[in-house]
Design a protein around this ligand. Structure first.
Ligand code: AHR
Length: 699
């Protein structure tokens, strides 16, 4: 009895508590429902400036194995034996079965052409039960059952060697997946090709070239491509990676870098002329991300240049983007070897820029236009802009930039030139760059910054006060770097908030592209990138989906938007952060300055921008907080407002949420119908979210 009473009493207490809690929650809820303290007013009848049609683009750099081993479809690593240093045979191994014996060496006597000076020689003593060489690609060769793989090789018989070559795709254990025969070698280099069709899918296949008799023979340019590439172009791109870029609908592609344009030293700089023509004639180069400022040094990182300027231009055309090639300005990376070409010896660099314009746009009977035509594109690529230097700064840069501008504008006034403002958004070099580039009447100034998320939230209004009369801003590289240096939701939300400021100021910020596009898992030098891939899979980071949301939901005109937040102000605190991208040492050693920023952090509210296009009002709202936020939305000046629209929402449950190979779309935008839209309506913005409201409205 006593026991029962205790249970009853305690149940009663719990019930009372529950009832009280429910009543309180209802009261709070109804209060919130009754009076949202945030109002978003869009002046839909007062369109402001036009949004630059080029606003959202991408930046592609061959970093993190983004080109060879990534976007470039080639499956063989070190196909032309041009890797230098300790291991010229990197990627290759000798296959010796039974009593087989051979000597394998890298030779240079009578190569296939002077640009491709090294090749592999096999001196075969005995073939035992199998002798050849194998390549394991970039961490394994992925093949699909029933798909075609295009194999090719340059081979040469020495001393009338006359045996067939057996080309095999094998598993790591040596099981056969596909095979073909190459016959008829002769004493001259000969390109032979065949098709391999694997009998099963394998992620870690090896390509094996087997010999059939003792003797000596040479091989070079051993290549294997999936037949299916993006748009099925020969020498093409890995289709899924290229499609991921295309799905952003970028209005421009900035390529090929980045620091690789500058090079560690001048000899290492990117030379576009080495990247065109037949692939066997392209001069390979080592990639400065082998060693440079790297989270994970990659001593065998090379550029085959199979993905070269022709392929970049063609890709831009394929996806409807404007090409923006960046050229070396006569300076190697100022954070690396800092070599400068003397001003009176800059002519060949300037000529390279002039020749590039001719290669892209010149008539088919011009020197460089004819090379484009010979590569299969007689029509011009309609190049409209070019970048001179990547991330340069200081007087040495302006002196060189000026010389380029004089020569380029004299011959091609129609080409817009992008100038650099260095690697920081606010240091002394940055300020000097803007002063000087204004004096020089630059077309576009390329700003780069990698900062903590709080910096981005604090600087959403950065461009509100920019001078509208001078050069335009090209925000060529930016990304929020969290302390954990992860592509997490909090970083993406900070970028999204910042992008509302970019869009609002798109009369002065006319182009913007995120930090590097791609990172290959396990091959990554810089861990903040838009999308991640391995040999068979890929996923976009939350930042990727933010870029896509903004790009696919562009208006053509900005609408004034007022955000009134009557909640009690949040306390502010001062924070100092060191540069989040380059290390302290890089800045102190090279620039001689402490690269740090001071800024105020407060609990942010909402960030928003509005635009219109084709009878639609498009409102983008970012809620970086962990609380859902009710707001009243007012559409002023619109007489016909459709009651139905749509809401596209990217959100997550925690700021640290990320996408991954296992959960590639954990964070991605979801579209739902929106009803009850009127000149004033309420909307609850999810915690940690970016929301695009698309509303049909006319005056
Ligand atoms: O993370 C990419 C590098 O960052 C780019 O190569 C360079 O422009 C910037 O410093």
């Amino acid at each position: 009895m006593n026991q029962a009473l205790i249970v009853l009493t305690s149940n009663f207490c719990s019930l009372t508590r529950l009832l009280f809690a429910l009543l309180t929650a209802l009261a709070v809820g109804s209060q919130l429902e009754a009076a949202p303290r945030i109002t978003l007013t869009v002046q839909a009848d007062k369109p402001s400036h036009k949004i630059s049609p080029l606003l959202y683009g991408v930046f592609f750099e061959d970093i993190n194995y983004a080109a060879d081993g990534g976007l470039y479809g080639e499956l063989i690593q070190n196909r032309s034996f041009e890797f230098r240093g300790t291991d010229a045979l990197f990627g290759w191994s000798l296959v010796r079965r039974g009593e087989a014996q051979a000597l394998v060496s890298i030779e240079t006597d009578r190569p296939i052409n002077p640009n491709n000076p090294h090749y592999l020689r096999m001196q075969i003593g005995s073939i035992g039960s199998g002798l050849g060489v194998a390549n394991s690609g970039f961490g394994g060769i992925p093949v699909l059952k029933g798909s075609n793989y295009l194999f090719s090789i340059y081979a040469r018989a020495v001393d009338s060697y006359n045996a067939a070559l057996s080309i095999r795709l094998e598993t790591a254990k040596g099981e056969l997946l596909a095979s073909a025969q190459i016959v008829g070698l002769n004493p001259n280099w000969m390109k032979c090709a065949s098709i391999l069709k694997p009998t099963r899918t394998e992620t870690n296949a090896h390509l094996v070239v087997m010999t059939a008799a003792p003797g000596t023979m040479d091989m070079d340019m051993i290549s294997l491509f999936p037949e299916h590439t993006f748009k099925n172009r020969p020498n093409g791109m890995r289709a899924d990676l290229a499609q991921l870029i295309a799905n952003l609908k970028p209005s421009f592609v900035r390529f090929p870098g980045g620091c690789i344009v500058e090079g560690k030293d001048l000899a290492n700089r990117y030379r576009w002329k080495d990247t065109i023509g037949d692939v066997s004639e392209r001069k390979a180069n080592w990639n400065c991300w082998q060693i440079a400022m790297s989270d994970a040094p990659a001593p065998q990182y090379y550029q085959s240049y199979g993905l070269g300027f022709f392929e970049y231009f063609q890709f831009c055309e394929d996806i409807g983007s404007e090409p923006l090639p960046i050229l070396n300005c006569g300076m190697s990376c100022q954070l690396m070897d800092k070599q400068f070409v003397p001003l009176d010896q800059l002519d060949s660099y300037i000529q390279d820029a002039l020749d590039l314009i001719e290669f892209a746009n010149g008539p088919v009977d011009s020197l460089w236009g004819s090379q484009r035509a010979a590569m299969g594109h007689p029509e011009p690529f309609r190049l409209k802009m070019i970048g001179i230097g990547n991330e340069q700064w200081g007087g040495d840069y302006f002196a060189r930039y000026e010389k380029f501008v004089v020569a380029l504008k004299a011959k091609h006034p129609e080409i817009q030139i992008v100038a650099s403002a260095g690697p920081s958004p606010d240091d002394q070099w940055f300020r000097m760059a803007w002063l000087r580039l204004r004096e020089l009447n630059a077309d576009l100034v390329d700003e780069h910054y990698y900062r903590p998320p709080e910096w981005f939230l604090d600087n959403v209004n950065r461009y509100d006060q920019y001078d509208r009369t001078g050069p335009k801003v090209f925000l060529g590289e930016y990304a929020a770097h969290t302390t954990a240096r992860r592509n997490s939701l909090d970083a993406a939300l900070a970028e999204a908030a910042f992008m509302t400021g970019i869009e609002r100021n798109s009369d002065v910020v006319v182009m913007a592209s995120y930090a590097p596009l791609f990172a290959k898992a396990g091959f990554t030098q810089r861990p903040i990138d838009l999308a991640w891939f391995d040999n068979t899979r890929l996923y976009g980071s939350p930042s990727y989906y933010v870029q896509q949301l903004f790009s696919l939901n562009r208006g053509d005109t900005v609408l004034p938007l007022e955000l009134a937040d009557s909640r009690p102000p949040q306390p502010a605190s001062r924070r100092i952060v060191l540069n989040a991208h380059h290390t302290d040492a890089e800045f102190k050693d090279v620039l001689g300055i402490e690269e740090s920023s001071e800024f105020t952090t407060r609990t942010p509210g909402l960030f928003a921008t509005a635009s219109q296009k084709d009878g639609k009002v498009i409102i983008k709202v970012v809620n970086p907080t962990s609380q859902a936020t009710q707001a009243t939305i007012r559409l002023s000046g619109m007489s016909r407002i459709g009651a139905k629209g749509e809401a596209i929402v990217l959100s997550g449950s925690a700021p640290s949420d990320e996408n991954s190979f296992e959960k590639p779309t954990k964070i991605e935008p979801v579209t739902t119908p929106l009803s009850g839209i009127a000149s004033e309506f309420r909307y609850k913005f999810k915690p940690c979210s970016v929301t695009v409201l698309r509303i049909n409205a006319e005056r």
